[in-house]
Design a protein around this ligand. Structure first.
Ligand SMILES: NC(=O)c1ccc[n+]([C@@H]2O[C@H](COP(=O)([O-])OP(=O)(O)OC[C@H]3O[C@@H](n4cnc5c(N)ncnc54)[C@H](O)[C@@H]3O)[C@@H](O)[C@H]2O)c1
Length: 342
């Protein structure tokens, strides 16, 4: 196949990082960029050594730019329409995480994925980070034995997202972050996706609690904590909060307990209980691994291989966290989690 022609829609901080990544990749041609706000398309193009065509309308870009790959970086609650439109236009589609932030959107997106022969990738970037890949390798090699408990937290100081500049006149004059963001979906889905990957399973039920104490400008509770029952029998816990004081620690809380080993505090502990073998794990990675994620999806398209996190994988990670948020808002009611099967 010749180099895939790529179009990027949604040019906030995240979309622009992908524009730079595609522009720097030898595996594709960055053909077009699109944002409702023309200042954002020109700012994105000014940052790169390439001259993609600038669009303000996605349908026009899809009908005229002859794209092979659409990369979707719109706000969380606006992922479904571009994802579906891209597949229906015959493009392979990369969509940022969370794949969607309502079950209805996920169902429509999965129906579009089923009706298409194109490839999909959901941007669960932590799966491309060597820090988290090494934990998966240990789990997949059976070094932990049978995993029975996992936990991870997404605790951040993100109050800057309430800044007035975040109000976008092109999407109804709202700050989507304050109106639509659900911390356990937008943030916690990163961690839940890792836990699901490590346990090689999916959630069947979840119960969550939360509050709006520290960042009450957010419409949904800004602190959420949920316990997931996985189909494998393992139990997983995810916490997410956006009003945390203090810098991010090097090792974000991540613990995985198996019958033969434990991941805790950036270490892999195995062997005899009283005299264990302790292996230090890699705990740092500079920045986000956008380039490896982009290269992975381009290679899947060029070499016709399966993406690591396709729409079904992404939907199962998003769905469990969406139901977790519903459980929080219902005051801690246990709720069944749907499972999307290929
Ligand atoms: N993987 C990660 O680590 C990571 C990090 C940050 C953000 N994200 C995700 O990236 C996405 C974007 O986040 P952001 O902070 O860059 O958002 P943002 O609000 O800054 O930018 C989104 C852009 O999309 C544009 N847009 C919305 N609907 C559009 C449409 N129909 N056509 C064209 N343009 C449209 C808006 O005008 C805006 O410029 C979110 O889903 C977010 O959760 C992922």
């Amino acid at each position: 196949m010749t180099k895939p022609r790529v179009g990027v829609v949604g040019l906030g901080g995240n979309g622009r990082a992908f524009v730079r990544g595609y522009a720097e990749s030898d595996l594709c041609e960055l053909a077009a960029v699109c944002d409702l706000n023309p200042d954002r398309t020109s700012a994105a193009v000014a940052e790169i050594d390439a001259a993609p065509i600038e669009f303000q309308d996605l349908d026009t870009m899809l009908s005229s730019a002859d794209l092979d790959l659409l990369s979707v970086h719109t706000p969380d609650h606006l992922h479904a329409e571009p994802f579906i439109a891209g597949l229906q236009a015959g493009c392979h589609v990369l969509v940022e995480k969370p794949m969607g932030n309502t079950l209805e959107d996920l169902e429509r997106m999965i129906a579009a994925a089923r009706a298409s022969d194109r490839k999909t990738l959901v941007g669960h970037i932590l799966r491309f980070n060597p820090v988290y890949e090494q934990v998966h390798r240990l789990c997949a090699e059976g070094r932990l034995g049978q995993v029975f408990y996992l936990e991870a937290d997404y605790f951040h100081g993100l109050k800057r997202q309430a800044a007035p500049e975040r109000i976008n006149p092109h999407i109804g004059g709202i700050n989507w972050w304050l109106e639509h963001e659900k911390v356990i979906v937008g943030g916690g889905a990163h961690q839940f996706d890792l836990l699901r990957w490590y346990a090689d399973s999916h959630a069947v039920e979840v119960t969550g609690y939360g509050n709006s104490i520290v960042f009450p400008e957010m419409k949904h509770p800004d602190c959420m904590c949920a316990i997931f029952k996985l189909a494998s029998g393992a139990v997983a816990k995810v916490g997410a909060a956006y009003g945390v004081v203090g810098p991010r620690p090097e090792w974000l809380n991540l613990e995985v307990y198996g019958t033969e080993g434990t991941i805790r505090g950036g270490q892999f502990i195995s062997g005899d209980h009283d005299n264990p073998t302790v292996q230090d794990l890699r705990v740092t990675y500079e920045g986000h691994p956008f380039a490896p994620e982009i290269e992975h999806f381009l290679r899947c398209i060029i070499e016709d291989t399966e993406p690591l996190v396709d729409a079904f994988e992404g939907a199962n990670s998003a769905a469990a966290t969406i139901v977790a948020a519903e459980s929080v808002e219902a005051g801690g009611v246990p709720m069944e989690v749907p499972h999307f099967q290929r």
